[in-house]
Design a protein around this ligand. Structure first.
Ligand SMILES: [Mn+2]
Length: 331
């Protein structure tokens, strides 16, 4: 049977549906989750969105955001939703370590699990998959899912369109990367629905605080190292930086991308020593250079070819040294 017919059959009777996305949810994670919820609700399903951890306030404009359940803040409510769920949709992640403490609950649940995602190598924990690494975003896939269900034109409200557009804009950096012909077609359809693309871009990208700007200034002025022979730049932040600048969740979002704004740079690394001591890496690249392979092989990470991340148990200095050592193999 056509996979979409399977899920259509499952969705034929009103169900309790939990929609889960990854930890530290971004615009694609939140946008796709709420879009799917608003869509499924129209068919008399009872839907709840569960985020493993808190969301950035940048996305406060999204419809229905106040209704989401945050596992870190209210475990009882999230557990209650999962306990009564007949179906669980897993959006914008494909391995259970992306939702850590929630993974246990998912594993124990006997609900029918459906995954909609665009990352490589999905783990086989779901019953139904819509997985496409060529798609820009999970939001693009949710749009296509609604189309395949057969009622995109009627079902996609302005609220749903706003959610979907948000994920596309965030995962493509406003149509700068990871695009494909479909995503422009879908954006056009969403615009026809009345999406205020200017306003959404303004909310997402012109939302810096003065403190965040100071962190960026410090990082670029004092913590940027360029290695021209490898077309690579590294920004590193120490635990002391985190204390001095009171750096919190989301404050360093997008920092790594500044390196690629320097002409000739093709690899960007943002390496930081988190306040609790863990070393984390965010990696970006241009063209055929795969930072995903680098992160996968040496830093226990993954992601996409041009945008990936990982972590290290070594010190900050040793992690940077190791990165420089393995770098030439991937250039
Ligand atoms: Mn995504």
């Amino acid at each position: 049977m056509d996979p979409i017919e399977d899920i259509k059959a499952k969705l034929n009777t009103p169900s309790n549906i939990a929609i889960i996305t990854h930890r530290n949810p971004d615009g694609d994670a939140i946008g796709s989750s709420i879009a799917l919820k608003l869509y499924l609700q129209k068919s008399a399903h009872k839907c709840d969105v569960i985020l493993p951890s808190e969301y950035p306030s940048v996305f406060n404009y999204l419809p229905d955001l106040s209704e989401v359940s945050v596992f870190d803040l209210d475990r009882d409510r999230a557990r209650h939703i999962l306990k009564h769920a007949d179906m669980i949709f897993c959006l914008d992640f494909n391995s259970l370590d992306r939702i850590d403490p929630l993974a246990l609950e998912i594993n124990e649940s006997t609900a029918y699990k459906a995954m909609i995602d665009h990352h490589i190598d999905p783990e086989p924990f779901a019953d139904w998959y819509m997985s496409d690494t060529e798609s820009s975003s999970t939001c693009e896939l949710v749009y296509r899912f609604i189309e395949l269900m057969g009622d995109a034109d009627q079902a996609i409200s302005l609220d749903i369109a706003t959610c979907i557009f948000t994920g596309i804009v965030t995962d493509t950096g406003s149509f700068k990367y990871a695009t494909n012909p479909e995503v422009y077609r879908i954006a056009s359809e969403l615009k026809k629905k009345g999406v205020d693309d200017y306003q959404i871009n303004d909310y997402i990208f012109n939302s810096w605080t003065g403190r965040q700007m100071s962190i960026l200034g410090h990082a670029l002025r004092n913590r940027l190292e360029l290695i021209p022979e490898y077309k690579t730049g590294i920004i590193s932040l120490t635990k002391a930086d985190y204390h001095k600048y009171q750096i919190g969740r989301g404050d360093t979002e997008g920092l790594v991308n500044y390196i690629l704004m320097i002409k000739g740079m093709e690899v960007a690394a943002f390496v930081r020593e988190m306040p609790h001591g863990e070393i984390r890496l965010s990696l970006r690249s241009k063209g055929e250079i795969s930072v995903q392979d680098l992160a996968h092989k040496h830093f226990g990470g993954g992601g996409h070819k041009n945008a990936s991340g990982g972590s290290s148990k070594d010190s900050l200095a040793d992690t940077i040294a190791k990165f420089k050592e393995v770098l030439p193999d991937f250039i």
